[in-house]
Ligand binder design. Structure first.
Ligand SMILES: NC(=O)c1ccc[n+]([C@@H]2O[C@H](COP(=O)([O-])OP(=O)(O)OC[C@H]3O[C@@H](n4cnc5c(N)ncnc54)[C@H](O)[C@@H]3O)[C@@H](O)[C@H]2O)c1
Ligand SMILES: [Zn+2]
Ligand SMILES: [Zn+2]
Length: 389
């Protein structure tokens, strides 16, 4: 089959790789009908995710048709149309039983490596390094889905791929970011990053009752898309974000702040971003947490900082004094997608949200390598890429 394979920083290739096979009775094989590139894939593309190997198939936003089912899987049958969550979860362990699917303690065969870095291992993920299971990803003609009786959700025939594909990751992630904010009617939510995740966070915040959303980015098309959803927008390259949020909140700060940017913010946005860049480049730091620092400062006393932008290691100069002295709450996670799926699919079915709004580019899988570059560089208004094998 054909797939998009990682060969090093900035080097994605459309290549022939072995077809996936059933390896466990609970597996299923999916013929991919649509897949997407996530901002998290950009961290791999940019070479900041450790334990990648040349030739790894990446991609974790995937849907398609079931073409083979393991003998122990009674939930799926050949011909089912499913969306596949990016988190791989057994459904039975301590964490899965409690709804913390992305904390599954049985789906990461590389557990020992992850424990060394993080103390404990999270769940395995599709196409996301040999720290998280080394599972081949879904930017491919076919995908092997482990524990396929837990993750994939069947989608109604009436809904096109474009409306349900993002249930695999960015819609639940944006929704979780807003859910973490414990929004009370009329709250003001500030959201850093108007990429695909930020866009879903903006719309979810309004769905959950936010009165105002302040959305921060610098890319004009992304700010325009945020504005179309009703957000007030700020450009971090032109405005002092702290001052502007103070102005907009009578000097109190936002009720909750969402970091939907993570470890790769714009390099020159501020002095601390430049310093982070130098430290990472000289192996003196692992991450560039400029947005997290700013989000903490901009949050009101006893407010919530919700983090969905991904970080990898040990974060420098986080203003923890500000957080403890002012009673901030921190919420963060790789999304336990399965926990949110049924509810969000219902919102799509009821027409409360049409997730296809975020798509700007549709192409074939073969165009993947060029699309990675276009998405990374925010070129020609590119916000979200969908590929069809
Ligand atoms: N927690 C999860 O489960 C989960 C799931 C999916 C994605 N993510 C993470 O969410 C983040 C966003 O993903 P995406 O697909 O939207 O990616 P993206 O790269 O398209 O979007 C990031 C946006 O942040 C903006 N930005 C850069 N510097 C900024 C700054 N200083 N202030 C404000 N905005 C700034 C960029 O211009 C860009 O529009 C990534 O870190 C990704 O890894 C996490
Ligand atoms: Zn993702
Ligand atoms: Zn589990």
């Amino acid at each position: 089959m054909k797939a998009l394979c990682w060969h090093g920083k900035g080097d994605m290739r459309y290549e022939t790789v072995p077809d996936p096979k059933i390896q466990d009775p609970r597996d299923a094989i999916i013929k991919v009908t649509a897949c997407a590139i996530c901002g998290s894939d950009l961290h791999i593309y940019d070479g900041v995710i450790p334990e990648m190997e040349k030739g790894d198939v990446i991609g974790h936003e995937t849907m398609g048709e079931v073409v083979e089912v393991g003998s122990g899987n009674t939930k799926l049958k050949v011909g089912d149309r499913v969306v596949v969550p990016f988190t791989i979860s057994c459904g039975e362990c301590f964490f899965c039983q409690r709804g913390f699917y992305s904390g599954c303690e049985r789906s990461n065969p590389d557990k020992a490596k992850a424990e060394k870095l993080w103390g404990h291992s999270p769940a395995g993920l599709f196409g996301y390094s040999h720290l998280l299971g080394g599972y081949p990803g879904g930017q491919a003609d076919y995908l092997r889905v482990p524990f396929a009786d837990v993750g994939p959700i069947k989608v109604p025939a009436g809904l096109p791929d474009e409306q349900v594909l993002f249930l695999s990751d960015i819609f639940p992630t944006g929704y979780m970011a807003a859910d973490f904010c414990n929004i009370k009617d009329g709250d003001t939510i500030a959201i850093w990053g108007c990429g695909p995740v930020g866009q879903f966070a903006i719309r979810s915040a309004f769905l959950l009752g936010a009165g105002r959303v302040i959305a921060i980015d610098t890319v004009p098309e992304r700010l325009a898309m945020a504005k179309a959803a009703g957000a007030e927008t700020l450009d971090f390259m032109k405005e002092d974000i702290y001052e502007r949020i103070q102005d907009l909140t009578q000097g109190r700060g936002a009720d909750a702040c969402i970091d939907a940017v993570g470890t790769e913010p714009h390099t020159t946005a501020s002095f601390d971003s430049v310093l982070d860049r130098v430290k990472v480049a000289t192996f003196m730091g692992t991450d560039r947490p400029h947005v997290l620092r700013q989000a903490i400062h901009c949050c009101r006393n006893f407010g919530t900082v919700s983090i969905v932008g991904v970080y990898g290691g040990f974060l420098d100069k986080i203003p923890f004094g500000s957080a403890i002295n002012r009673g901030l709450t921190f919420r963060m996670a790789q999304t336990p997608v399965q926990h949110y799926l049924p509810k969000l699919l219902k919102l799509v079915e009821e027409g409360k949200i049409d997730p296809s709004f975020v798509i700007t580019d549709q192409a074939s899988l073969e165009d993947g390598p060029a699309l990675y570059k276009k998405f990374r560089d925010n070129k020609d208004g590119c916000i979200k890429v969908v590929m069809k094998p």
